[in-house]
Design a protein around this ligand. Structure first.
Ligand SMILES: [Zn+2]
Length: 255
């Protein structure tokens, strides 16, 4: 006996199997990350063909049997396929999906993670935010949402809130003022001028509703993006191939 269920979700990855079928990894609103068997969706006349693709956000009608999900039908809500027309945006979208898949597999996902990736893809398609800012926003906020938010309140020793520059210990996820840092080892430590510290606090801590309203100075974006990327890589202990692909496209004109 199969139970029916309806879930909204974003397809993060599709994998072909057999001649006509696919497995879909879907991040859902109510059930976290699920794997769905989508039979016959590679046939030209399949009614589910367009929805059963990566970057498709839809309401999926599924049947469940023995802990496995099978696709019955789907109602598209929003697709983000237009990023494919721009290789750099496509690379970033792939990176967002790969990171999300990784953290969701670790069972650390929540509904805010789904909201974060949907918003990030929305602005990537809209083209109204610099790519590097979207990358930094996604990286910093994803880490915050899964409980890896750094302690950004102030210097971890004297609680000083701000300084001309502070030092960000990426592994420890904490700040030092120059005075308290003294002559410790600078390995894995980033210098944060006041503006960058403000941006990182904003990305990690502000309400999701306001998250994409940050108007960051473009001159700071490469540095900001490097810091959020290093923080994510160190905290997750993982390097993502899709990030290498994105970086291989840069060639110095990354804005
Ligand atoms: Zn201090």
């Amino acid at each position: 006996m199969r139970a029916m269920t309806t879930l909204k979700g974003l397809v993060l990855r599709e994998r072909s199997f057999g001649e006509n079928d696919k497995f879909l990894d879907i991040l859902t609103d109510g059930a976290g990350l699920i794997e769905v068997a989508a039979k016959g969706v590679k046939k030209n006349n399949s009614k589910n063909a367009s929805v059963a693709q990566a970057l498709s956000y839809a309401e999926f009608c599924l049947s469940e049997s023995g802990g496995r999900f099978y696709l019955n039908s789907a109602e598209p809500i929003r697709t983000f396929f237009t990023v494919s027309s721009d290789i750099e945006k496509f690379a970033l979208a792939s990176y967002f999906c790969e990171m999300t898949l990784y953290v969701a597999t670790q069972e650390r996902s929540n509904s805010e993670v789904l909201r974060l990736i949907l918003n990030s893809l929305h602005f990537l398609c809209a083209g109204t935010r610099p790519n590097l800012l979207l990358k930094a926003t996604f990286e910093m906020r994803l880490l915050s949402e899964i409980g890896l938010v750094p302690n950004l309140i102030g210097c971890c020793e004297c609680l000083r809130y701000t300084d001309v520059q502070m030092l960000f210990d990426l592994k420890g996820g904490r700040l030092y003022c120059e005075n308290c840092f003294g002559n410790r080892d600078l390995h894995g430590v980033e210098m944060l001028p006041e503006k960058l510290l403000h941006y990182i606090r904003f990305l990690a801590l502000t309400d999701m509703q306001k998250l994409f309203n940050l108007r960051a100075d473009r001159d700071y974006l490469p540095h900001l993006s490097n810091i959020t990327e290093s923080y994510a890589e160190i905290q997750l202990g993982r390097h993502f191939p899709t990030l290498d692909f994105y970086k291989s496209l840069q060639n110095g004109n990354s804005l």
